[in-house]
Write a protein that binds this ligand. Sequence first.
Ligand code: F0G
Length: 349
Amino acid sequence: MKWQGLINQYKEFLPVNENTPLVSLYEGNTPLIKSLNLSKELGIDLYFKFEGLNPTGSFKDRGMFMAIAKAIEEGSDTIMCASTGNTSASAAAYGARYGLRTIVLIPDGYIAMGKLAQALQYGAQVVAIQGNFDDALNLVKEITESHPITLVNSLNPYRIEGQKTGAFEIVDDLGDAPDYLAIPVGNAGNITAYWKGFKEYKEAEKSTRLPKMKGYQAKGASPIVEGHPFENPDTVATAIRIGNPASWDKALAARDESGGSIKAVTDEEILAAYKLLSNQEGIFAEPASAASLAGVIQSVKNGDIEKGARVVCILTGNGLKDPDTCLESAVKPQSIPANLESVLKLIEG
Ligand code: F0G
């Protein structure tokens, strides 16, 4: 059957009733890509869930369709979020499609160019604040509590409901849950959602087991790992540049209930994994997404993930969103005269 979006595919697991509109940009159904090269090097059975292939290029669409459907059902006409970029792009797209006014608060200067372009192109009202994501989220919480505006950050429980379908798709593809689920952690909504999804699918007897949840934060923005909020979070992975995650407690619950861990990876490890994904697997994911692979490499090295284990890495966003980070480290092409001699000279080195 032709794919018709998550609300159609997983209706029985979602808060859908006869008044819920069938909101969809045909999100979900993203590929679980089996690693060809890194799995051999690492000695594990490795898969990549490439969420960068969602309609706005990140996993946020998986939660946004549900938040928007419920907002419309409840009669809301305005949505608002704080964002490091991807949530704003997703909210703006669904807001545009369903005629909602969309307002997004972003940390000025700390969002990848592609994400800013998306929010503007979809027609959202984009407000750049001179502060970080945590400041933006505090403002949005305050405003949406006192105005008839729907908050569509992952504090909105419908976002989590939608995002849990990522776990369903992994089990549907593999036939059961993997040994480990590796996932980048920022505001901690996604690790919360995946854990909920794995538990619900097991209860429904769609799987026989649960994975150990392996969350990875960027070292410069690792409040959960360090056990205290970061006032000035800092990392090359701007998507997870967050100092005080909203779903902190739920991330700890996912970690502890599953027997997993939440660890930090350095920017160097993130950028190395970012390159490996592209050079070794042909997958262009954004830096924050590469935190999951960076974490797996670290965990295999220190014996935290054993050889032979089946591991799924969530690659949360598309690399095309952040051309600047890529081009900063890339070797630029050489410009030469347009003749055979010059080209042959260059390629024959
Ligand atoms: N990866 C990417 C590409 C993200 O955009 C985010 C979060 C995460 C990982 C972390 O997910 O917050 O659920 O733990 N981006 C949010 C945003 C904060 O505004 O787009 P999380």
